[in-house]
Ligand binder design. Structure first.
Ligand code: ZN
Length: 163
């Protein structure tokens, strides 16, 4: 398993709901946590490793590792927060994005147990970023055309320099 990077069309795919939360999903989740740890990321969606399933994980600082299956955002705050955002699929670049400060969502965990949660701070941010991945949206899509172009140029330069 490896992380797909910007330009790979699979990242633009809309992920499908998971019908059975079984051992296969548990194995996928555990592999995703290994990747997240290796890249020192805070969140990873299954589509980023080429699996078009509505599933993402988070691991933010000292917070517990979290699994979200078939998540749906029920409510977001009217108040927005501006924060610098990055993505494992666009390594090396960050952009300021305004998103709702808090979010309430419903999802299932890896044991098939449904839960509803309210998130704020970085967790709310990561949840929204990862939910976007499930619909084929990347954080750069949220930037103004000019900022997006600059960020992508910077990213392409970095990529070339690494080769
Ligand atoms: Zn991402």
């Amino acid at each position: 398993m490896r992380v797909l990077i910007f330009g790979n069309e699979t990242l633009r795919q809309k992920s499908e709901p998971i019908k059975n939360i079984n051992e296969e999903i548990e194995t996928l989740v555990s592999g995703m946590f290994d990747i997240l740890e290796k890249h020192q990321g805070v969140g990873l969606a299954a589509i980023q490793i080429g699996m078009p399933k509505r599933l993402f994980i988070t691991q933010i600082g000292k917070d517990i590792p979290r699994v979200f299956i078939n998540p749906s955002v029920i409510e977001t705050s009217g108040e927005l927060a501006d924060y610098e955002e990055g993505c494992l699929s666009l390594p090396g670049v960050w952009g300021h994005i305004a998103r709702p400060k808090t979010v309430r969502l419903q999802a299932w965990n890896e044991k098939g147990k449904p839960f509803t949660m309210d998130a704020d701070g970085i967790l709310a941010r990561v949840i929204q970023h990862e939910c976007d991945h499930l619909d084929g949206t990347l954080f750069v899509d949220k930037l103004s055309a000019l900022k997006r172009e600059r960020l992508i140029n910077k990213y392409e330069k970095l990529k070339k320099a690494k080769k």
